[in-house]
Design a protein around this ligand. Structure first.
Ligand SMILES: NC(=O)c1ccc[n+]([C@@H]2O[C@H](COP(=O)([O-])OP(=O)(O)OC[C@H]3O[C@@H](n4cnc5c(N)ncnc54)[C@H](OP(=O)(O)O)[C@@H]3O)[C@@H](O)[C@H]2O)c1
Length: 302
């Protein structure tokens, strides 16, 4: 199956794979890949106030010769420079040099100040003012969305979250909640099992499935993310890899393959959680030893 268009609860459609630009802010040469007309992944470009590259995204888009309707542009309110949402969105559309963006997100719930209902009302005003066609959130948990939906006039169209097999168990509640409320999940860092957590329980099944299907392991991970119903936000500095990502839309994983990846992911998640717990314990222990040492040195009683 190809990367189909997804219909948002706002009525607009968006591509189901996005080109992320977080790590590509330092030169428009690399960003020009984003809007390469031959790469349909460039149909959806994901940027943010916090990435500092909205201007470069705009330049890459204008130099591509694509029409505005050919590219779905997402940017985010990252709370930079102490700017409020009304000021930040005006700066963003000016930076990108477009009358409006397709999707505007609150980058993180902690940026919804003074509280989620107030910040969301400002987001709704962004739509009323014609500066974004759809609005949504990022890194919101179930409780954050419950608070938001209690007073929302416009539902968030998407929630962009960390999603890959090693975090699937912990993210399952928000994935389920979003599905129940017609909020599309956008998955970022789907390739972390290859980039940040290699040599884990997923390595063997990913290699086996990839070899059997004549694919690459990154393609299998993207196909898994798609099978979970999420829109993928990924990236690469290499054109060949981006072409591979595009082809991953045709990979249809079997139920058995998905179950094997889920099981290996859950095992890895347990190990990672234990490792983080141990690290925290070790740090706490070290701090305790240092404090006791200092107290004893200065003959203090605690
Ligand atoms: N909302 C948020 O809070 C948030 C947070 C993080 C990210 N994001 C968005 O999501 C986008 C993607 O994030 P991400 O970079 O973390 O995504 P990712 O899809 O997990 O990783 C992309 C990276 O994977 C590497 N890669 C691909 N295939 C590989 C393989 N087989 N072996 C080793 N490395 C491989 C690529 O390197 P090469 O360049 O060498 O190909 C690329 O840099 C960001 O640009 C941003 O737009 C949003």
């Amino acid at each position: 199956m190809p990367w189909d268009l997804v219909t948002l609860n706002s009525g607009y459609v968006m591509p189901s794979i996005a080109y992320g630009t977080w790590t590509l802010g330092n030169g428009q040469a690399s960003l020009s890949i984003a809007t390469d007309a031959s790469l349909r992944i460039g149909d959806l470009v994901d940027t943010a106030q916090g990435y500092g590259n909205e201007g470069e995204v705009g330049i890459a888009f204008h130099e591509s010769g694509l029409s505005r309707g050919d590219v779905f542009i997402t940017t985010k309110y990252s709370g930079f420079d102490g700017l409020d949402i009304p000021t930040a969105i005006r700066n963003s559309v000016n930076n990108i040099d477009t009358p409006c963006v397709d999707l505007y997100l609150i980058h993180n719930p902690r940026l919804a100040v003074p509280d989620i209902p107030t910040a969301w009302a400002e987001m709704e005003k962004v739509v009323e003012d014609g500066l974004a066609k759809s609005i949504g959130v990022s890194n919101f948990g179930v409780q954050d969305l419950e608070v938001l939906l209690a007073s929302a006039k416009i539902k968030p169209a998407v929630n962009q979250i960390l999603l890959h097999p090693y975090v699937y168990q912990q993210q399952a509640p928000i994935v389920k909640y979003a599905a129940e409320h017609a909020i599309v999940i956008e998955a970022y860092s789907a390739l972390q099992p290859l980039t940040k957590e290699p040599s884990g329980p997923l390595d063997a099944p990913l290699k086996e499935i990839a070899t059997r299907l004549g694919a690459t392991t990154d393609q299998v991970l993207l196909a898994w993310t798609k099978a979970k119903g999420a829109v993928v936000v990924t990236t690469s500095s290499k054109k060949t890899r981006l072409e591979g990502y595009q082809d991953a839309g045709d990979i249809d994983l079997s139920k058995e393959d998905i179950a094997v990846i889920d099981a290996a992911g859950a095992l890895g998640e347990k190990r990672i959680t234990a490792r983080i717990g141990l690290r925290k314990f070790g740090f706490g222990f070290l701090v305790g030893v240092v404090v006791l040492g200092l107290c004893s040195y200065f003959r203090l009683r605690i």
